[in-house]
Design a protein around this ligand. Structure first.
Ligand code: GLY
Length: 390
């Protein structure tokens, strides 16, 4: 998978931008094609970096998620130094209040995944004014947040520009033009001359030779698909579908000083994410297979009533904004990373609820794979092969 220097990334969302920056920093020459920077899933999330609060159980996925959370502080510092903008990383911890006492309240002292149970009395010290039905909460001090819309998305775009990534906006990819290859000649062989399948590697019957767009064709030595919820429209063999999320924000009125929320509240029904300047993001509906644009009264009513149940003071805070977006989801809800059915196409899609969290790790793994042919064992777990077995 020698690539030369010309890499074409399809998709200008958080993943495409993060990967473009990592590749460009390692000396590649990257062109990024984006239909519309505003429609990216990065705008649809609240920016929680929450492997623990999300309750991730799968050991390999947890490894990926915790690894990415651990990279965040340095990654944010690096982006800030390049772009001269603050991505809004805030290691504020996440409180996960519950309405029913869990069977076990034994936490964890592990330095990587500390978790502490707070009964209602302890909780009231940490976070006053939660709803009367809350009986206690888990406290995850290592979970964090980033201001994805106002901070990270803008910082990534400016960093990519400053590093010389060729950002082409308004470019809609219509199709990939492929050419078949002699599959036999591509089959890797072991030292005895027998065919074998290296980790996360495909036997590629074809390669991409160009990308057809609304602005002509684009060619590169290697291509990376990072098209989020729209991925199956470009590569139908990749099972990625949209899960719509509606969101809104309110603003703390000037009088409650200091700010009333000091950490993320990750409720079982809704989450409330306070920013350091008094904005509070509330999310999100979960609407599988919907590409319907816009907001619905039912969606907003449900979000508001769940958020007010969790933190009643919200009901008097002025509403700031409403928006929606589409999470890119796969049948097992894990991402698809690494090789593809095509020799010179790499996949970085399907991050579902965890795209913001997984961006730094994804950028690193994909750059290792594309530039150094280094297949981290995690790539095997998240290979497209798991969906191609019949
Ligand atoms: N990461 C939270 C969500 O997708 O709603």
């Amino acid at each position: 998978m020698k690539t030369g220097n010309d890499i074409v990334i399809i998709g200008g969302g958080l993943m495409g931008l993060s990967i473009s920056i990592e590749l460009q920093l390692r000396g590649a020459n990257v062109t990024l094609l984006s239909r519309n920077f505003q429609e990216a899933a990065a705008h649809a999330a609240a920016g929680m970096l929450a492997p623990q609060a999300e309750g991730i159980q799968d050991p390999e996925f947890l490894k990926l998620a915790l690894g990415s959370r651990a990279l965040y502080q340095d990654w944010a510092n690096k982006l800030e130094a390049i772009a001269g903008l603050d991505p809004g990383y805030w290691p504020c911890g996440i409180l996960a209040p519950v309405y029913q006492r869990p069977e076990s309240t034994v936490g964890s002292e592990s330095p990587e995944t500390p978790a502490y149970w707070c009964d209602r009395n302890t909780l009231d010290q940490r976070q006053p004014d939660l709803g009367p039905e809350v009986v206690g909460a888990w406290w995850f001090p290592q979970d964090a947040q980033v201001d994805n819309r106002r901070g990270l998305a803008r910082t990534l775009k400016v960093a990519a520009q400053k590093l010389g990534v060729n950002l082409r906006e308004g470019v809609e990819v219509q199709r990939l033009e492929t050419q078949s290859l002699e599959a036999q000649t591509l089959k890797p062989q072991n030292s005895q001359g027998q065919p074998f399948e290296p980790e996360n590697s495909a036997i590629h019957p074809a390669m991409i030779i160009k990308v057809h767009t609304n602005q002509g064709t684009v060619t590169g030595a290697h291509y990376i698909l990072a098209t989020g919820a729209w991925s199956a429209q470009i590569l139908p063999t990749i099972p990625v579908y949209p899960v719509k999320g509606q969101m809104l924000s309110v603003r703390v009125p000037p009088s409650p000083e200091p700010l009333p929320l000091k950490q993320v509240l990750f409720g079982s029904e809704a989450y409330i994410v306070p920013r350091r300047d008094g904005l509070i993001v509330i999310g999100a509906t979960v609407e599988p297979h919907s590409f319907d644009p816009g907001l619905t009264p039912a969606g907003l009513q449900s979000l508001l009533s769940k958020a007010i149940r969790l933190y009643p003071a919200l009901q008097d805070f002025p509403i700031q904004d409403f928006w929606w977006g589409f999470r890119p989801t796969t049948p097992d809800q894990f991402p698809i990373l690494g090789g593809s059915p095509f020799k010179n196409l790499t996949l970085a899609v399907g991050h579902h609820r965890n795209g913001i969290l997984l961006a730094p790790m994804t950028a690193q793994l994909i750059a290792d794979w594309v530039l150094e042919q280094k297949a981290d064992p995690l790539l095997r777990q998240f290979s497209w092969h798991r969906f191609s077995m019949g």
